[in-house]
Design a protein around this ligand. Structure first.
Ligand code: 6R9
Length: 649
């Protein structure tokens, strides 16, 4: 048996109290596939409906009639489901525990307090002129007001679009313009790892690039830094907040009305605005949160993602709150003030379920077990990971060192597009194999196909498809329904193509092997190679650029850029630094190339197509087997690329 196929049964002590058993999982899964309409009609009832639905699933993936409508004739309000309906029974229960960047800084908000804060925030938005259906961009640090802003939008039926606070003004502006968002919510500054992030300065720069699109900017005071306020456009939340009431009835929304847009990278072109609806998304967020994390009433749940990513949307805010759970919101980073931070905070707040990304686990693993053992971690009973494949070494460390072999690990595979978890070893229901996504969640039907689209049965390795809809499925690409069809349903008509490769082993466990398109996964963040390339070629010195991923110890994948400079330009260290700076300014620090190779030419076919396969191999330091190079226009180019490769690890 190889290390990678080791199997761990769920611990008996955990299994005895788990919400699921192997039998119950099998039974529910079978029911969800045999009659999706009946299954989801039943499980949709977990929400409070203003007007009950009569149909659960109204979906077509046919090119001529592509539509995704769950609970189509029902009406509900997401903020009422996340807040109001808990007030009678959980009014004094903490909804959020905020853990500041500074370990001395933390704050609890009960459901009752959350209700007041969100209603006020909603009235502020109304006062700024925001109406149902309007897009509101949120560019915020990890502070409570970010969650109030989301829930306030949901309360009045506005569509939020959160842009991760690490994105540059250029990237922020692109997203504001794409969805024509006239209101931008930001803070004076953010704080991460002891350092200030100039959010308002960036927001001002973005508003300028967006040329008059931003009509109102709502600014939250976080650090108290002196920032410029533009007369007539900018308002402080605390000032305008003092003028509005804390009474704001929730707007009845159709289940298919949009809840949020979240931009994500694809293999081509600009990031696309993934649009999620109201009813289906919330059912999926709540149900996956409950089953994936074996949720109990007194759990303290901590998802360490940023609200700027889908994981933060679904598992910091919507899933936990829809379930009336207590959710931790962390402003800082895992290594500040030191590498014990996560575990110290788990002790401090008695966290019972902890959910993070493999890249964080690998970074902490480097520091050894000392920082982990400084904390007791006794409160933790379940661990989770998300964002990229977890290598078995990191899994074992997480399991044995962090979880002391007491806690199951749920490795959750999903995407911005899927709204919530799709493949997971449900705790109590299945054994665990380190690195395996394992089994489909209720309602999820998977298929593996080869490049020609032939279905692969039994143990096999292929492209991962989903063959039928689920409530959390995105509805469309905002403003571009054709791109929705083209991106997900054109490679294998009538089926959803995930963009991931996957292996099914002899026991029927699914193992995600990574992206098979031109998307790379850097520290769990999705990055389109085309985006980085277009940032590079917008630099004066660059004639041509090609970007690929390569294996990176901590980040999972690093960004490797091949750059051909213009005639007369000196390709030296200064230029390297300038290119990195340029990409940071165009997209943000997460897109910084790790390695840049100056290349006099790129390998191209006679028809002028860059042969990425060769570039990937060289970046992986695997140049001994470059495959067929006979179609290259100039085979000499490859020799130079290999000679001057940057990854010799
Ligand atoms: C939730 C999220 C989606 C892509 C996805 C896949 C990778 C996410 C994973 C995983 C292996 C896991 N991915 N979770 N790969 N195992 N548990 O990350 O959404 O940012 O849209 O990224 O991330 O490649 O296609 P998103």
């Amino acid at each position: 048996m190889t290390e990678a196929s080791k199997t761990y049964p769920v611990q008996a002590e955990f299994a005895a109290k788990a919400n699921l058993t192997p039998e119950k999982y099998r039974e529910m899964y079978a029911a969800s596939i045999a009659d999706p309409e009946a299954f989801w009609s039943e499980h949709g009832k977990r929400l409070d409906w203003i007007k009950p639905y009569t149909i659960a699933k109204d979906v077509s993936w046919e090119a001529s009639d592509l539509h995704v409508k769950w609970f189509a004739d029902g009406e509900l309000n997401v903020s009422a489901n996340c807040i109001d309906r808990h007030l009678a029974t959980r009014g004094d229960k903490p909804a959020f525990i905020w853990e500041g960047d500074d370990p001395a800084d933390s704050h609890t908000v009960t459901y009752k307090q959350l209700h007041g804060a969100v209603c006020k925030f909603a009235n502020v938005l109304k006062k700024l002129g925001v109406k149902k259906g309007d897009r509101v961009t949120i560019y915020m640090p990890m502070i409570l007001e970010a969650t109030y802003a989301m829930l306030a939008c949901a309360r009045i039926g506005a569509i939020h679009s959160i842009v991760f606070g690490g994105f540059s003004p250029e990237a922020l502006a692109g997203r504001i313009v794409d969805c024509e968002s006239e209101v931008l919510i930001t803070a004076d500054e953010g704080v991460r790892g002891g350092r200030k992030v100039p959010l308002k300065v960036n927001a001002d720069a973005a508003a300028k690039i967006a040329k008059g699109m931003v009509k109102k900017m709502l600014v939250v005071r976080r650090t108290g830094a002196e920032v410029a306020m533009e007369e007539g456009r900018d308002v402080w939340l605390d000032e305008i907040g003092a003028t509005v009431s804390a009474d704001c009835p929730p707007e009845p929304m159709k289940a298919t009305d949009p809840l949020f847009i979240l931009y994500t990278s694809g293999s081509t072109g600009k990031p696309k605005g993934v649009l999620h609806g109201t009813g289906g998304y919330l059912v999926w967020a709540a149900m996956t949160h409950e089953y994936v994390f074996d949720l109990k009433e007194d759990d303290v749940f901590w998802c360490s993602a940023d609200v700027g990513w889908v994981t933060g949307h679904t598992y910091i805010v919507y899933g936990p709150l829809a379930n009336g759970a207590t959710s931790v919101l962390f402003e800082g980073i895992p290594t500040y003030p030191d590498a014990s931070r996560f575990w110290q905070a788990c002790d401090k707040h008695q966290v019972t379920i902890f959910y993070t990304a493999p890249t964080a686990i690998r970074a902490l693993m480097r520091e050894g077990s000392g920082p982990v053992e400084k904390a007791s971690r006794k409160s933790i009973r379940l661990l989770g990971t998300v964002g990229e494949p977890i290598n078995p070494e990191a899994w074992e460390w997480y399991y044995h060192v962090v979880g002391e072999a007491r806690c199951p690990i749920v490795d959750t595979w999903w995407q911005t597009e899927t709204g919530g978890t799709m493949i997971v070893p449900l705790p109590g229901a299945t054994d665990m194999k380190p690195g395996a996504g394992s089994h489909p969640f209720f309602g999820i039907q998977l298929e593996l196909v080869d490049a020609e689209g032939q279905r692969l049965d039994g143990a096999a390795d292929g492209n991962l498809l989903v063959t039928d809809s689920w409530p959390g499925q995105m509805q469309t690409v905002y403003g571009d329904h054709d791109r929705f069809l083209e991106t997900y349903f054109s490679a294998y008509p009538g089926k959803y193509f995930t963009g991931d490769g996957c292996r099914r082993d002899e026991d029927g466990f699914y193992w995600i092997t990574g992206r098979v398109d031109d998307v790379i996964n850097v520290s769990g963040h999705r990055m389109g190679t085309a985006e980085v390339e277009s940032a590079l070629v917008s630099h004066d010195a660059v004639a041509e650029a090609a970007v690929v991923g390569y294996p990176h110890d901590v980040k999972g994948q690093g960004i490797y850029a091949y750059v051909t400079v213009r005639q007369g330009v000196v390709a030296d260290e200064d230029l390297r630094r300038s290119l990195v700076q340029h990409v940071r300014a165009e997209i943000g620090p997460i897109a910084s190339p790790d390695l840049i190779q100056f290349a006099p030419g790129l390998p191209k076919t006679r028809s002028g197509k860059i042969m990425r396969r060769i570039l990937r191999k060289i970046a992986e330091n695997e140049f001994s087997n470059l495959g067929d190079t006979s179609t290259l226009a100039d085979p000499e180019v490859v020799h130079d690329l290999v000679e001057n490769r940057q990854n010799r690890g």
